[in-house]
Design a protein around this ligand. Structure first.
Ligand SMILES: [Zn+2]
Ligand SMILES: [Zn+2]
Length: 250
């Protein structure tokens, strides 16, 4: 299965997206007309085709995916592309405030942009003094996982702190169980491959166990990879509460 995400942003011209979807050139105007909505709808349909029916089944109320999708290395990507990626600039709603670490007070590092059904999950974690802050812990305040909806635009990146990865890497879905044509950098849905014990987090809003959404590998190139202590990171969601959580194990 050939898939390609983020084509709408390949020229890096995207200024605003809705739930990870390109609004198109007309979206630059504050009064978006029917034409722009048509563009958004067309691009959404294109993206859904690209991502395949497996991802569409993650819509609220739909049954969970029975099997996962691998996320393979899709190569360098534009910093603000709407496709799945690690690194680059987060796409955020109006009024977004870049998260700071509850332990050291520094600006967190943007890790991953995951457009999923009608929302985007965006994860940050503290890398200002690796090993000193509990950025592996979903409840420490040394990381933040957001569920964004509505109109999103590239964030203003703070000047201070370790805020960005060394590279922007596209994550392309690939059927699990089939030979991967590129390095596997993670997986969507299915069951988490725990390195340590099952540490499924409880939703901070409703306290129910959260749903496994994705896992991420560090990547082979230490100059550009994320830092999970040579381990693996996990992203969870609570669909009803629109909450997300992040942790890593090694
Ligand atoms: Zn910190
Ligand atoms: Zn909840």
């Amino acid at each position: 299965m050939q898939v390609e995400l983020g084509r709408g942003a390949a020229d890096g011209s995207v200024r605003a997206v809705r739930g990870g979807l390109v609004r198109g050139e007309a979206g630059d105007r504050p009064d978006v007309g029917v034409g722009a909505q048509g563009v958004a709808r067309d691009l959404r349909e294109e993206r859904e085709r690209a991502e395949g029916a497996d991802l569409a089944r993650e819509r609220p109320g739909a049954p969970p995916m029975l099997t996962g999708m691998l996320l393979i290395d899709g190569g360098p990507a534009p910093a603000d592309t709407v496709g799945m990626r690690t690194g680059g600039v987060p796409l955020v709603p109006d009024g977004f405030v870049w998260p700071v670490c509850a332990e050291c007070g520094g600006n967190q590092q943007f890790l991953v942009h995951l457009p999923l059904d009608s929302c985007v999950v965006a994860v940050f974690f503290c890398q200002n003094d690796p090993g000193m802050c509990d950025d592996w812990d979903p409840a420490s305040g040394a990381n933040r996982a957001y569920v964004f909806d509505g109109l999103l635009a590239p964030a203003a990146v703070p000047a201070d702190g370790e805020t960005q990865l060394g590279a922007v890497t596209a994550l392309h879905p690939h059927p699990d169980g089939e030979p991967a044509p590129a390095t596997v950098l993670g997986r969507l849905a299915g069951d988490p491959d725990w390195i340590q014990n099952d540490e499924t987090p409880a939703c901070p809003a409703c306290t129910e166990p959260m749903t496994f959404t994705a896992q991420l590998e560090e990547g082979a190139d230490h100059a550009t990879a994320a830092n999970f202590g040579s381990g693996r990171a996990y992203v969870f969601r609570c669909h009803p509460c629109a909450e997300a959580a992040f942790l890593w194990q090694c």
